[in-house]
Ligand binder design. Structure first.
Ligand code: CTP
Ligand code: CA
Length: 234
């Protein structure tokens, strides 16, 4: 894949991209977060805009400069991200869920800073509750073929299967059109400059992308997405 000019094949399309890691507050100064840098989502938003799309970027915690796109909505928690994505998804042609959305949030949020006590070694127990699954909600609410829905799967692999196996199962479970499977770990995927992914299609297609820049990965994801838009209109 060269660095030449990309096609303007998203001209007139509305694309929503979520990026970065959500943060779930414990108290006014602390939160539960994750290691997502938002780099892949930012690269996708930039690439879609360069290909002509009207892009709404829903940005959670993102460590890189946000690209110049039509609209940027900043969010903190998964619930805020859900509200922003659902609002932007109305009338959108595609929604790309690159954000690392927290699955759980503290059940309660202290209005004051949680203090340690001088006269005991007690530590607080943080009780968690499930967050809404934004992508699953979009799949459920979708009336026709639009918007095309793209999910990401951050997998480490475990005793019950490898990264790709988990990805295939997740695509079936989530019901989205494309799932970008991404191996993550302390030094892979999250927070790094490069990515190696497999793009799984609901049509059974699988496209492997060897370690390359997140910009190139973004273009390849859009290459898989664009034909699905045409099909959705047909
Ligand atoms: N996602 C979402 N809402 C959540 C959690 C995840 O919309 N509350 C989206 C992510 O943005 C991603 C996809 O779902 O596009 C898959 O996220 P991932 O964390 O890999 O999968 P989960 O379904 O949360 O399953 P698990 O973390 O248990 O593997
Ligand atoms: Ca998750």
């Amino acid at each position: 894949l060269g660095a030449g000019p990309r096609p303007r094949d998203l001209e007139g399309r509305r694309v929503v991209v979520s990026a970065g890691g959500t943060r779930e507050p414990l108290d006014p100064v602390r939160y539960l977060g994750n290691r997502s840098s938002g780099r892949q989502g930012a690269a996708l938003a930039a690439a879609a805009a360069a290909r002509g799309a009207h892009v709404t970027l829903v940005a959670a915690s993102v460590d890189v400069p946000l690209p110049p796109v039509a609209e940027v909505v900043r969010v903190g928690t998964a619930a805020q991200l859900r509200d922003a994505v659902v609002a932007a998804a109305a009338g959108a042609d595609a929604v790309v869920m690159a954000a690392a959305v927290a699955d759980f949030a503290p059940r309660s949020r202290s209005t004051h800073k949680i203090k340690k006590s001088d006269d005991s070694d007690d530590a607080p127990v943080v009780e968690l509750q499930r967050n809404p699954d934004v992508l699953a909600g979009l799949v459920r609410e979708r009336a026709g073929a639009l918007p095309v829905l793209v999910g990401f799967a951050a997998e480490t692999g475990d005793d019950s299967g490898g990264v790709l196996e988990h990805g295939r199962r997740k695509l079936a479970r989530k019901g989205c059109d494309l799932l970008v499977v991404n191996e993550v770990g302390e030094t892979r995927g999250f927070g790094t400059e490069t990515n190696s992914v497999v793009v799984l299609g609901a049509d059974g297609s699988e496209r492997g992308v060897a370690e390359t820049s997140k910009d190139v990965v973004a273009e390849i994801i859009l290459d898989s997405l664009v034909p699905m838009l045409a099909r959705a209109l047909a």
